[in-house]
Design a protein. Structure first.
Length: 206
């Protein structure tokens, strides 16, 4: 099923950041979100993932189908690697964590507390959570932060395997992941004309 976004307007603090955002993300495809710092990639992903409402426009094909990975790894530090994955699998009504351990080479770390992992190991575990969700649409915000070259390749292979099985991915990243057949969406083309963000915030706690 294709994700279709039409004339979407996304905002922070009530101020439009991107307007008239329109694109399709077909099953089995990947779209790389590009744009300079502060251009609105995170705001767009948060809106598509349902974490904040759009100001206008239409989003189709996302309901209960998205696995969202933000800047934070979202790990439970006092649970082990395998306990973290089992927890997330259970949240999505699933139990098989072996493919996730395989994809991110986590077998040697299964009994380690997540809080004791290195930054790159935490990121690998955070990304491994995507596989246990069973969700077909991955929305990822700077997924390769802290990853070494080898781990970036692991991640790219996981995305390509996901695409090959009919999944899709929308990825905000500043690096070239080397994904075959990925398209690029430059958010700069949707930049709102207003630049009135100073002081505005929609967060209760920063
Ligand atoms: N909580 C917030 N409240 C108000 N404005 C915010 C908030 N978070 C981000 N912004 C502003 O919204 C705009 C878009 O930010 P966003 O995080 O979406 O950009 P980005 O393209 O993801 O940037 P980066 O590449 O640095 O991660 C920026 O001007 C930013 O300063």
């Amino acid at each position: 099923m294709t994700v279709s976004v039409h004339d979407l307007c996304v905002a922070r603090g009530g101020v439009p950041i991107l307007v008239d955002v329109t694109f399709d993300l077909a099953a089995g495809s990947a779209l790389i979100l590009q744009g300079p710092n502060g251009s609105g990639k995170t705001t767009l992903l948060r809106t598509l993932a349902g974490l904040q409402p759009p100001l206008a426009g239409h989003i189709e094909g996302c309901e209960d189908r998205i696995a969202y990975a933000a800047h934070s790894d979202g790990l439970k530090s006092m649970l082990s690697v395998q306990e973290n994955l089992r927890f997330w699998a259970a949240v999505f009504g699933r139990s098989d964590i072996a493919p996730a351990l395989d994809a991110f080479n986590l077998h040697d770390l299964t009994d380690r507390l997540a809080g004791t992992l290195s930054a790159g190991q935490k990121r690998r575990l955070g990304l491994a959570r995507l596989l246990v969700t069973g969700r077909p649409i991955w929305m990822l915000d700077e997924p390769t932060v802290s990853l070494d070259k080898n781990a970036v390749q692991m991640f790219a292979a996981a995305v390509e395997a996901h695409m090959a099985s009919g999944g899709s991915a929308l990825i905000a990243t500043h690096i070239d992941l080397g994904l075959r057949d990925a398209q690029v969406l430059d958010v700069g083309q949707f930049k709102a004309s207003s630049d009135a963000l100073a002081g505005a915030s929609d967060e209760a706690f920063l």
